[in-house]
Design a protein around this ligand. Structure first.
Ligand SMILES: Cc1cc2nc3c(=O)[nH]c(=O)nc-3n(C[C@H](O)[C@H](O)[C@H](O)COP(=O)(O)OP(=O)(O)OC[C@H]3O[C@@H](n4cnc5c(N)ncnc54)[C@H](O)[C@@H]3O)c2cc1C
Length: 352
């Protein structure tokens, strides 16, 4: 499943082929620019999310060193050592870390086992390096789309190793079609098998999330709340940002309520949005919650000054740090969230 280092940094294309690909890419960039001018940013977001799933687009983007130069702002590196080094730097700034070995859907049990083994090694390195970090995983990376029981077995292996080393694992949330199974596997491991070192993610853009949060709060779950990063139809998700934002605040307040905290629930408010951050701070202050009753989470490379400011104000801040060779879909989702980053990317193309 994972690409090799050379395939992601593009060292082997001939100069003729490279010139042609550059020309095609620049023409595509110009075309995209024109279409955005005509159709607006929402359309561009949809296009970027669509391209994040396309193999051909991945081959074009990942073949260029300039692409990595931009992606590197959001991704710690391609190796575990680089990820641990970044985690250590963030710890020194007073932030904890969630490490993510990049990779999404795998197509067979062998690929899922390879991803599991990479994450086992990561857990060992976190422990050996003494960094303050937990691990985030995607169930599709552990084989969920091949066989649910395969993903369950792989996650069980990881949780057992993490538990042995006093570490925790958070299950990232992927597209809406996987939410039921993800929560089901979480509950089987958390309650059926007694793993208390596992947490989940809830996306405020889904209509179903309020019901999910009410149940998770009553179960004392450890929940990362996000707005949601996938392209979802209006049948399952709020199409308008104002509704997604309002839901985020509602769900954060549910998870911060006395009742939820008495059950042992814990909120990680994962957002770069000042309005969401302020809403959580306001609720916490109004209810006299200590600053360590919840945490803020942000992505590596996004709003670094804001991250430091929150730490200086006494809040707990955890940074999500991805690493690995399979960085393309993650990178495209970050571009989709903030198309301004795309212009940075295109200008790097010209500089290179
Ligand atoms: C720690 C963490 C873990 C996550 N895990 C998941 C997950 O498991 N599943 C999932 O679906 N989604 C996940 N996400 C992504 C999330 O769903 C959103 O897509 C993402 O956080 C953007 O939403 P926002 O809350 O920052 O608000 P937005 O409304 O998107 O952005 C608010 C402001 O933040 C800044 N900003 C946001 N994104 C960027 C960017 N890429 N570059 C520069 N500035 C930016 C801008 O100033 C923007 O105006 C995660 C996010 C974080 C922070």
């Amino acid at each position: 499943m994972e690409e090799t280092k050379s395939s992601t940094t593009g060292t082997s294309t001939g100069s003729g082929a490279q010139a042609l690909t550059i020309a095609v890419s620049l023409a595509a960039a110009a075309g995209v620019g024109y279409l955005v001018y005509r159709n607006g940013e929402t359309w561009l977001r949809s296009l970027l999310l669509y391209l994040s799933r396309m193999k051909l687009a991945r081959q074009v983007v990942t073949r260029f060193p300039p692409a990595w130069a931009v992606a590197n702002r959001f991704i710690a590196g391609e190796s575990v050592d680089e990820a641990i080094a970044v985690a250590r730097q963030l710890n020194a700034k007073g932030m904890t870390v969630a490490l993510d070995y990049l990779g999404e859907s795998v197509s067979d049990a062998g690929e899922a086992a390879a991803a599991r083994d990479q994450i086992l090694y990561l857990l060992q390195q976190i422990h050996a390096g003494g960094v303050d970090a937990y691990v985030s995983v995607k169930l599709s990376q552990l084989g969920l789309k091949v066989d649910e029981n395969l993903a369950l077995a792989n996650l069980r292996t990881l949780l057992t190793e993490a538990q042995k080393r006093g570490l925790r694992i958070r299950i990232d949330m992927e597209e809406s079609a996987l939410v039921d199974t993800t929560l089901d596997l979480y509950r089987r491991l958390r309650f059926g098998e007694g793993f208390d070192n596992v947490g989940v993610v809830i996306q405020s853009y889904l209509y179903r999330s309020e019901e999910d949060v009410r149940r998770l709060a009553a179960e004392g779950a450890w929940v990362r709340l996000v707005k949601g990063a996938y392209k979802e139809p209006p049948t399952v998700a709020y199409p308008q940002k104002t509704h997604v934002d309002a839901a985020f605040v509602r769900l954060a307040e549910l998870l911060l309520s006395d009742e939820a905290r008495q059950h042992g629930a814990h909120l990680a408010a994962a957002t770069h949005d000042d309005t969401m951050i302020a809403a959580v701070q306001r609720y916490a202050a109004a209810h006299h919650l200590p600053k360590d009753a919840f945490e803020f989470q942000m992505l590596y490379g996004i709003r670094r000054e804001r991250q430091e400011q929150l730490v200086a104000q006494g809040y707990r801040v955890r940074i999500y740090v991805p690493y690995g060779t399979a960085w393309y879909p993650y990178f495209m989702r970050r571009l989709a969230e903030r198309p301004a980053n795309l212009w940075f990317f295109v200008s790097n193309f010209f500089k290179a």
